[in-house]
Design a protein around this ligand. Structure first.
Ligand code: TRP
Ligand code: SF4
Length: 332
């Protein structure tokens, strides 16, 4: 029997290249070797955006359409939505009882999220739900007893808490029912945004998987290069080229990278030409993905059906596990 994988993403809307390289590509690779279960964490979206739900459903669809376009195959992997599995909420209740308060208060990611909420001028306090973020995440993972959780580096602290929560539950109820799940990281270096900062939707420095070729090119033309290079025949320094050369190293072939470096250092290719070429390489690479993305945008009912089928399947497993868990705790 294949080992189980569970991972999720919050429905932040259309996904960007950072998601693709950091997480989705990894998910795609794991599909043959593992029993993969990928879900949209719409409850987790509410931990910070409970007062702004008008786009939530559309965002769920957009995220799943992006996954499908990138090669998550519903024949191999199970795709579902968190809120369609009420058993996860029930498990969350039980885990909330066994998790010490200071474990959630120590969560480093919580501090970042609280900061982001502050920045956005959200006048509310950190909610009970946001404090419980890592417990709900543990319920997601433990609901299916996953062995591995493929995530970006920013989520590893959460998975550590999940391991602790699983171990503590097992100790308290003298059981070995829950697996202690392990994070599974990608080796791909983090892709920075076009301004050199962390890539993110809210920083307006990302390239979306679903962007058109024109938009992609326009965005890349704004990317930061070697700031000391002013005239186009100035000698350049690829290693000081803060964004564009880094992108080349991720998206270019070996020959292309060598050519870019050589012409840059010799001052024989200007940055504008270098960027235009990069844009065409990237657009070429994403062409098939974008065509598929377009297909799903025009066939939303197919996306909805995939979500429903996957959620039904997960719900059956979750219900079965939940029966066992109740029995372990000696509940009804
Ligand atoms: N916290 C994750 C993120 O922000 C999303 C998530 C929720 C998740 N539950 C999970 C990831 C369980 C992996 C496993 O991206
Ligand atoms: Fe960067 Fe290319 Fe300009 Fe060199 S030529 S500084 S690699 S954008």
């Amino acid at each position: 029997m294949k080992q189980k994988i569970v991972s999720g993403m919050r429905p932040t809307g259309k996904l960007h290249f950072g998601h693709y390289l950091g997480v989705i590509q990894n998910w795609v690779k794991l599909q043959d070797e593992f029993d993969c279960n990928y879900f949209v964490a719409d409850w987790h979206a509410l931990t910070t955006k409970y007062d702004n739900t008008s786009e939530l459903r559309q965002n769920v669809i957009d995220v799943v359409a992006d996954w499908l376009a990138c090669g998550i195959d519903p024949e191999k992997s199970t795709i579902y939505v968190q809120s369609l599995i009420p058993e996860i909420a029930e498990l969350n209740v039980y885990l909330s009882m066994t998790t010490p308060q200071n474990w959630v208060e120590r969560d480093p990611t919580l501090k970042d999220m609280a900061k982001i909420m502050d920045l956005k001028g959200n006048d509310s306090q950190v909610s009970h739900g946001l404090l419980g973020y890592p417990v709900l995440m543990s319920a997601d993972i433990m609901m299916l007893n996953a062995h591995y959780v493929p995530v970006g580096i920013d989520q590893v602290a959460h998975i550590e808490i999940t391991r602790d929560i699983a171990r503590r539950f097992n100790n308290i109820y003298k059981t070995d029912f829950f697996v202690e799940p392990q994070p599974k990281l990608t080796e791909i270096p983090l892709l920075c945004g076009l301004d050199g900062n962390k890539m993110g939707k809210s920083f307006n420095n990302d390239i979306k998987i679903s962007d058109t070729e024109e938009v992609t090119t326009k965005k890349i033309m704004r990317g930061i290069t070697d700031r000391s290079r002013i005239k186009k025949d100035d000698i350049g320094h690829p290693d000081l080229c803060e964004v564009i050369y880094k992108y080349w190293k991720i998206f270019g072939s070996e020959e292309q990278i060598a050519d870019v470096k050589c012409k840059c250092e010799a001052g024989t290719r200007g940055c504008a030409d270098c960027k235009r070429w990069l844009a065409s390489v990237i657009n070429e690479k994403f062409k098939p993905i974008r065509e598929k993305r377009e297909y799903y945008a025009n066939n939303v009912e197919e996306v909805e059906r995939i979500i429903k089928d996957g959620s039904d399947k997960v719900r059956a497993q979750a219900a079965e596990n939940m029966k066992k868990i109740r029995k372990i705790i000696k509940m009804y």
